[in-house]
Design a protein around this ligand. Structure first.
Ligand code: PMV
Length: 323
């Protein structure tokens, strides 16, 4: 099946818009068990399952309306219609709504974009919410997630709150993971706001084809998911943090094994913060970290420890209590 048929199997017809202008918001999500590598690039199906936590206030606000021609602005800057970004956004919107419809899209992100802070997840999730509202499709969150996944795999997880599982054995459907947590926080240490040289999509394809560690990554991440799932249900912060941190470092190890310096996302400042997390933890502060496709480090901690974490990490630019 190609992606067009896949979208039509979820959304058989488009019809005419029900609203003139819509404004929606979708949050980013941070994977505790990462997805890294696609087995089907057409349908954006990952090789492995992933488990994330969706934020509340950090993400992408999108305004969408019909227009005479396609127009895109990101953070109030008009995006060049020959750019890769422009093409990616409109290929996605036309795939859902057909080639004849033209849109004006204005997005605002309250996080740095393309620096491994999951802004593509919130952007594509917001596009699906926006067309759903504009045309009155009444899609379920599960169907929205399937469509968002075609834009960016991790976007599928941003359409559910709290802890979210994307199951690669079940059409990569997403479901909520019920949890006893009520004070789980994610903090952000921005090491660099520069757009990364290798986007996650290129780098993961290259890792699948070229990393001697890729098979091991798949085994590790399967084990990590099996172990973390009941710990999230039980709200066991220490063990969840431990597994999340080792999962992220394993993903970066699979990239490091490529032995191509430019493809490795962690900078010396990222490594310094990771080391500091580990040292502070050895000294009794329950803090862990995770890192995505960029150098920025996310801290995982409990709200009860916010004062200690904030004073130990002047590097933390902002944080959210996510559940
Ligand atoms: O969904 P993408 O193509 O932006 O890739 C996301 C990859 C990671 O953020 C590194 C891991 C994840 O599961 O979110």
């Amino acid at each position: 099946m190609n992606r067009k048929d896949y979208i039509r199997s979820i959304l058989p017809s488009v019809g005419s818009p029900k609203e003139d202008l819509v404004e929606v918001f979708a949050p980013i999500n941070i994977a505790l068990i990462k997805y890294w590598g696609k087995k089907d690039r057409e349908l954006m199906l990952p090789y492995n399952s992933s488990l994330s936590v969706t934020l509340k206030n950090l993400g992408t606000k999108t305004k969408l309306c019909l227009s005479d021609k396609d127009m895109l602005s990101i953070n109030s800057q008009i995006v060049d219609e020959d750019s890769e970004k422009f093409n990616k956004v409109f290929q996605f919107l036309h795939l859902i709504c057909g080639d004849d419809v033209k849109f004006r899209v204005d997005t605002e992100n309250n996080i740095p974009i393309a620096s491994g802070l999951a802004s593509s997840a919130s952007a594509f999730a917001s596009f699906v919410l926006a067309v759903n509202a504009l045309f009155g499709f009444n899609l379920t969150p599960e169907d929205c997630a399937k469509i968002a996944r075609i834009g960016s795999v991790s976007a599928g997880r941003s359409l559910h709150p709290g802890f979210v599982l994307m199951n690669h054995e079940n059409d990569s459907a997403v479901t909520n993971v019920l949890s006893k947590f009520n004070d789980f926080c994610v903090g952000f240490c921005i090491v660099s706001e520069e757009e990364k040289k290798y986007k996650s999509r290129d780098n993961m394809d290259y890792t699948v084809s070229s990393s001697v560690f890729y098979e091991s990554w798949l085994q590790i991440t399967k084990r990590d998911l099996q172990e973390i799932y009941p710990l999230i249900e039980n709200g066991d912060f220490y063990q969840v943090g431990k597994i999340a941190e080792r999962n992220a470092l394993s993903m970066h190890a699979s990239i490091a094994m490529l032995n191509e310096e430019d493809r490795f996302y962690l900078k010396s400042e990222s490594l310094r913060i990771i080391k500091k997390v580990q040292t502070l933890r050895d000294n009794g502060l329950p803090v862990f970290c995770t890192v995505d496709a960029g150098p920025n480090v996310k801290l995982l901690f409990q709200y009860k420890d916010i004062a200690s974490v904030a004073s130990a990490f002047p590097e933390m630019n902002f944080y959210e209590k996510v559940v």
